[in-house]
Design a protein around this ligand. Structure first.
Ligand code: SF4
Length: 357
């Protein structure tokens, strides 16, 4: 790869091609890749690295899908299955009132958690803990609510928005290409449906993030195919707030880890995402999935966001993530400063609330 030529092309508004992205996912010249990705990142975000005070709430792990890569889900009645009640979740939320600006709510596809359940949950959270934004329900969960209720997606979104939904997380994207997706999660909606639901959400004024689960059965070309479809939708709607590449954790899943991810592979994927997704403002190194130390390294390779304090995390830890479940603001800001960057506390919509000098 001729990095000088690539830099010239990108800085004059050219777009990275798929072939270039695949080549960069394999490059041994990690420093040139990092330098370029960091430059593009700082052009968009200066030296700011964002984080949010958030609280994850996973309403339940009972799921009718049972995707093969998922270590979190259980069938109803199985050992370890749980389902929180609305008062339990409101109780958790009240404990962090005044300390967080966002609730991040995702869970399994549980027939007992229907539209009314989520409408009541969001209303109760808005009433009992006002001023905290609700980021909830992936496209997969929205699709399930639609199927169970017979209500169309745009109407579902309208009802949930009215009840308090502020934005949606980008989970459930996994890998779009069906030959891989069919092996990972045959029961799950396909990539086209995921993108369609996100498009509908964006049109309804609901901003979302987007994810990609990588490091399992996919090829580099599959990763780039995923990025291409996201870039195309972002061109159309502009509704994605950030992109979050999620390294796969195989423990307790049904996917054999034939090619365990290396730290360098994660770093390259972050950097290529930064360069390829020129229409995304933010690339997140989700420290829960990468581990704290690698997330910090990613800040020099194109990432400008670390997610947040989290407080309780079940999904990645059930699959063997070795990171902690929570970080304090002091720990996050120290991590960012030690990488030579400037910590900025943000809200759900990436509005900058406070610079932590
Ligand atoms: S990834 Fe989501 S949809 Fe698939 S089994 Fe796990 S909780 Fe269910």
């Amino acid at each position: 790869m001729d990095f000088k030529e690539l830099k010239k092309k990108l800085s004059s508004g050219g777009r990275m091609s798929d072939a270039e992205a695949v080549e960069l996912l394999e490059t041994e010249d990690i420093f040139s890749l990092g330098e370029l990705a960091n430059k593009v990142c700082e052009k968009k975000n200066k030296k700011f690295v964002h984080f949010i005070r958030n609280r994850h709430i996973n309403p339940g792990n009972i799921c009718v899908n049972r995707c093969k890569f998922c270590a979190f889900s259980r069938s109803a009645g199985e050992k370890g299955a749980y389902a929180y009640t609305i008062p339990q979740m409101v109780g958790m939320a009240k404990k962090v009132a005044g300390k967080v600006s966002e609730f991040h709510i995702v869970g399994g596809l549980n027939p007992d958690m229907d539209m009314d359940f989520y409408v009541d949950l969001f209303r109760a959270l808005k009433k009992e803990v006002p001023g905290v934004s609700i980021k909830a329900l992936t496209a997969v969960e929205i699709d399930y609510l639609s199927k169970c209720s017979g209500i169309k997606i745009n109407k579902i979104l309208e009802i949930l928005k009215e009840a308090g939904l502020d934005s949606m997380p980008g989970g459930g994207a996994e890998i779009f290409r069906q030959k891989v997706r069919g092996k990972l999660c045959p029961e799950k909606i396909d990539g086209k449906r995921w993108l369609k639901i996100m498009e509908t959400a964006h049109k309804a004024g609901i901003k979302t993030t987007a994810t990609m689960l990588f490091g399992h059965l996919e090829s580099f070309a599959d990763r780039v195919d995923h990025l291409r479809r996201l870039r195309a939708l972002q061109d159309k709607t502009g509704g994605f707030l950030a992109f979050i590449p999620l390294p796969f954790h195989p423990k307790n899943t049904k996917i054999e880890n034939t090619h365990p991810l290396s730290g360098l592979d994660i770093i390259r994927t972050i950097a290529v995402s930064r360069l390829y997704l020129d229409n995304f403002d933010h690339i997140k190194a989700y420290w829960i999935m990468t581990g704290e130390k690698l997330a910090q390294t990613c800040l020099l390779f194109g990432a400008d966001d670390l997610d947040g304090t989290v407080i309780e995390e079940k999904i990645a830890h059930d699959a063997g993530a070795e990171s902690k479940e929570a970080m304090t603001v002091e720990e996050i800001t120290r991590m960012i400063k030690k990488a030579g960057k400037v910590p900025v506390e943000r809200d759900t919509f990436y509005r900058r609330l406070k610079v932590w000098n």
